[in-house]
Design a protein around this ligand. Structure first.
Ligand SMILES: N[C@@H](CCC(=O)N[C@@H](CS)C(=O)NCC(=O)O)C(=O)O
Length: 212
């Protein structure tokens, strides 16, 4: 059984959607980041990097980092066809774009959401936020041009990259602006949002906002 350490609207969306797509046996463990649980010794023993998500694997190993989680789940659950397997000609491109999404994408989203962590005072915070917003715009332009399938990111069809990209768009606070000039991204998002696995994952991750 897999154990997914998750938080509302965190990067655990991709892991849960992949687990749901594959029908794998898993349970959820909520990490209350607002209460600082990710900084406690107990959670550090799960993920020494102190980040969410983390995934406990059936063999007892636990890993963090979404790029590693996607790669490992793709290999361990091949029947779900969420990632090209080793030896597949699409594997190198898959790993390349996964890394781009997990670094340029996820980290720029984080910098825009928490600019104060990258600045020494309020003025600098504003500048960091503005720069992160323009970098995020440029990132989504790169993604738009990189889509090679229809409606999916890779020409081969649906993969975990579509889920990852949709998760990144989920964190945008102006989706009209994001999608109005990026039809390929909008098509990926529409296709992913219809999938029952993604809906289950997003419903788990949205709960407090829906209740608010
Ligand atoms: N590179 C990490 C980023 C994960 C990440 O930054 N997660 C956020 C929650 S969405 C987090 O744990 N932040 C820790 C903190 O805010 O102290 C990954 O791909 O998993």
């Amino acid at each position: 059984m897999y154990i997914l350490h998750w938080e509302y609207m965190a990067g655990s969306i991709i892991a849960q959607a992949m687990l749901e797509e594959s029908g794998a046996n898993y349970r959820l463990h909520h990490v209350d980041m607002e209460a600082g649980e990710h900084k406690l010794k107990e959670y550090r023993s799960v993920n020494p990097a102190g980040r969410v998500p983390a995934l406990g694997l059936p063999d007892g190993t636990t890993i963090g980092e979404t790029a590693a989680i996607v790669t490992v789940l793709g290999e361990q659950l091949p029947e779900a066809n969420l990632a090209p397997q080793p030896g597949d000609p699409d594997r190198a491109g898959f790993l390349f774009w996964l890394s781009v999404m997990a670094t340029s994408g996820y980290l720029t989203v984080s910098r825009k959401a928490h600019p104060e962590r990258y600045a020494v005072d309020a003025d600098a915070t504003k500048q960091v936020e503005a720069k992160a917003a323009s970098e995020l715009d440029a990132f989504f332009d790169i993604m738009e041009r990189a889509v090679s399938g229809s409606p999916f990111f890779l020409a081969r069809g649906f993969t975990a990259l579509d889920i990852y990209l949709t998760m990144l768009t989920e964190w945008s606070d102006d989706k009209d602006a994001l999608f109005s000039t990026r039809p390929a991204l909008a098509a990926v998002r529409r296709a992913v949002a219809q999938r029952p696995a993604y809906r289950t994952a997003i419903n788990t991750h949205l709960l407090p906002r829906q209740a608010a």
